[in-house]
Design a protein around this ligand. Sequence first.
Ligand SMILES: Cc1cc2nc3c(=O)[nH]c(=O)nc-3n(C[C@H](O)[C@H](O)[C@H](O)COP(=O)(O)OP(=O)(O)OC[C@H]3O[C@@H](n4cnc5c(N)ncnc54)[C@H](O)[C@@H]3O)c2cc1C
Length: 470
Amino acid sequence: MTALRIVVIGGGFSGAAFAIHLLRDHPALQAELTIIEPRARLGAGVAYGSTDPQHRINVAANRMALFAEDPTQFHRWLEEADEAARDPDAALPDGRLYPQRGRFGAYMAETLDALAREAAPRIALRHLRARAVAVAPAGEGFTIALDDGSDLVADRLVLAVAHPPPATPPFLRAVPPAALVADPWADGAVGGIGAASHVLIVGTGLTASDVIASLASRGHRGTITALSRHGLLPRPRTEQAVEAYGDFATAPATTALALLRRIRATIAELRVLGRPWEDAIDALRRDAPILWRALPKNEKRRLLRHARAFWDTHRFQAAPQIDATVRRLRAAGQLHILTGRLRSVEPVAAGLRATLRATWTPRGGSAQTLDIDHVVNCTGPGHGLVVATSPVLASLAAAGLVREDGLGLGLDVTADNRAIGAEGRPHPYLFVAGPLARSAHGELMGLPQVAAQPRDIARAVARQFAVATS
Ligand SMILES: Cc1cc2nc3c(=O)[nH]c(=O)nc-3n(C[C@H](O)[C@H](O)[C@H](O)COP(=O)(O)OP(=O)(O)OC[C@H]3O[C@@H](n4cnc5c(N)ncnc54)[C@H](O)[C@@H]3O)c2cc1C
């Protein structure tokens, strides 16, 4: 067999991590490795492509492990670049570093570049700055059409397209485009918002915190109201060193309720021990693949419905710098957090009127209106609609090669990361890297989980090559 033609659609963290492992770990592999990614920098994607200096990684650099066997490599890379002098706000008094997110993107790009130079010409890496618009099966492989009118063929295809912008909820559809920030991750997303504007942020998670920090850094004076169904902000980080505690993998729970009871009991034990609840979250993260697979699909659905908001706010915590800004604005009375459901946002003579039903009153809620100027949609990536909103995934679905997972998380995927098609059959050569494969793994969002999964795909592809050439 000649060089394997491997194509990756999407060159964010997951696509780049796949390439990094392929280049580094498989010395016998011969391949033409193409990454299709419209962004200039490989490895950045939505998370680490941010150019806003307020947007920081949300775990300390010494836990942003690209390589499990060398978890502090990124921290050392920052130290060598004298990050604390370059960006004094990145460093905490205890030495931990929370750099701007773009710095992790730069580290990824540099790592990939160095490995590609070492592996050439055995593996020839090229970056096609384009968008894939359609994929059609071609023999055992694929033909991929790009938005520049060209196409290319692949023997192996890795889908690493993860995060679509948030879906615009029906209650925001009447908002004129100039008053709506539909994609909070777009460059300069809040640039059009005047300093005195009353801003309504829909969502109270990490992206909402980022938007609040961006507004504050621009000298925003107007009121900011952030609204979500549970009104839960990301929890501040504990000062204590976190150490996984609890066992969720032995005889794993088979119902959502049993799992939640087990989590509560573990947290109660931690309280007695004087340990932070984060220890239980760390154990849950470690055991996630096992406990997730033990739940039948209806129980997975139930868990997502009842526990997702709590999981998101406890599992994902804001960078201390961002948390401090959020607290400051709240204490100053400029930022309000509301618990409720937004019903509508309609244009009125002086701006916009939001109607919401607050859910925090003892009698179950009351209708309320709010006069605002701008709305920012921070409801999170529109994973549930990803097949409909991504032309390339829609074409694969039409060809029967992928299907949604039925959980609103992304694509239906096997435990070994192969896409499952319309008839329930996994494709031997079509892989899904990154958060869209969460239906198979449960937790695939923060590092290092997202780093390990593309490594496994690289291993599977290299093994297929070895079998074919032996
Ligand atoms: C805003 C944000 C901040 C985060 N911060 C942290 C953090 O600080 N720490 C942490 O541990 N985790 C963080 N995470 C979680 C995690 O690191 C990310 O989920 C991870 O980076 C996922 O990367 P990805 O490559 O799978 O997806 P993405 O970043 O979405 O990358 C997908 C790439 O595919 C490209 N693409 C899409 N469609 C096409 C197409 N048709 N053709 C070609 N290219 C296409 C896009 O341009 C994009 O670059 C964050 C996540 C988000 C969303």
